[in-house]
Every structure is written in structure tokens, then in C-alpha cells.
Design a protein around this ligand. Sequence first.
Ligand SMILES: [Zn+2]
Ligand SMILES: [Zn+2]
Length: 270
Amino acid sequence: MKIFNSHVHTSNSPDCHYSADVMAQAAYHEGASGISITDHCTASNFISFDTYNIAKASVADVKRLKNQYTGQLEIFCGIEFDEMIWCNDYAKRIIESMDFDVVLASVHKVRKCPTGQHFSRIDFSKLSEEDIYTYAGWYFEDVLETAKKCDFDVLAHLTIIARYICGKYGRSLDLSRFAPITDEVLKVLISRGKSLEVNTSEVSNIGLIPDKEILMRYKAMGGELVTIGTDAHIPEKIVHGFRVAAETLKECGFKYYTYYKNRKPQKEYI
Ligand SMILES: [Zn+2]
Ligand SMILES: [Zn+2]
């Protein structure tokens, strides 16, 4: 099985300090066959983040590296739209103006949050259990609306809210309480022909995002399209957890995973 990692950040993302050159070099050294560079494009705050120029710089890096690594490593041009639903028209304009191989949609902050904070900055240790479940419910509502209304290829890190509530603050979050809305998200992805990402960034902490149970439900519903993304922000994590994700997918009955070229899913058999 070849490794095609569909979720990699570079210094064109505000939270990554390693150049696209360093990340590509790490992927090549780890024996990956391909990576999709998917820098953050914050649709909720696109003016102060100057996301248009960030996206342009990311695309330019990919074009340059594609030539440099010809025959050694495939480098795909992607983007991770944070909070796409907050400004879907803006996201559409960015997508139309650049040639992406893959578009990721993700949620890192929720519209109903009174402070409007990114949830990585919320201290969940101070919230009551009821408030934690309310907040998580808002997260799933935004994810469902994103899945229904936005133009993307891959829904990134479904259930990532658990990374903060459980992983960072050690609070409990019973995801089975959100099974009905999670299943609705999965059904929308299947009906719209979108991929579900298996994100490995927390594999050593809280496990795969989403977990095996959700992947099995997706498969049972007829879901076929899955990508694997390490969401690497540092070169050391460029392929971290990739094989764990592939093995888990195999155990769930998936015969292949996908990666994207010109916004079309490509199969890689596991
Ligand atoms: Zn993300
Ligand atoms: Zn990411």
C-alpha cells in the first residue's frame, strides 16, 4: 500500500512553522508517495487573516515543489476551509480562482458560541457537564450544515471537539449521545459523494478522529470514500499514525482509501 496523505500544513498556515519544502522533504524521506498540502483558510475571519494571499502563497509553493519532486513524490494542491459555513460565498470565490486538487471542510469554532472563540482556546475544565454537551451539540450542528451546503471534497476530522474536551481537559464526552446527528452527517456525505477523513493527529492520545465505531457505521450505511490525513504541522508527524488508520479501515471492511487529484477521488487499495 502506498501512502497518500491528504492533510498536511506548511508555514502558510498561521499555526505551522515549517516550510512546504521541509514538509515535502519529510514526506519523501518517510517513503510517502504523495501529500496534499492543505493550509488553513479561515472563512470566519478572512480579512484579518488575509486568507486570499495565504492561499495564493500555498498554491505557489505546491506548483514549485511539484516540479522539484517529479517522479519522487506527488504533491497535490489543497486547502482546509475552516468554518466554511460562516462565509460560503467567499469560500466559493477562492475555490473558483485557484486550481485545487482537494478541498477540505472543517469546523474549529461554532457559530452559537457567545464569545466566538476557536474551541482550542476554550477552557472546558470550567464548564459544567451540561454546558459541555450543549457546546458539543453546537459543533455537530455546524458540521451538519457544512456537510449539506458547502462545496468541498473531504469532511475533515469529524468529532475533533473531543480532542479538546477529552484530550486536553480530560473531561468525558459520550459521543453516542450525538449518534443521530453524526449519522445524519454521514448520510449527507454519502448522498453528496463526499469523503470522510480519518484524521490521525491524536492517534497517540484519544485515537483516530473519528473513531472506529463511527467508521463502521459509515461503512454499514454504504460509505466508501475515506481519506487518511495526518494533519501534520511538524515534519516529525508527516506520516504519524497513517498505517494505524489504514489497518483500522481494513478491519472496518474498507478495501481502499482515496486521495484527490483535480478534485476527483483516486483509489489506493489497502
Ligand atoms: Zn483542522
Ligand atoms: Zn488541519
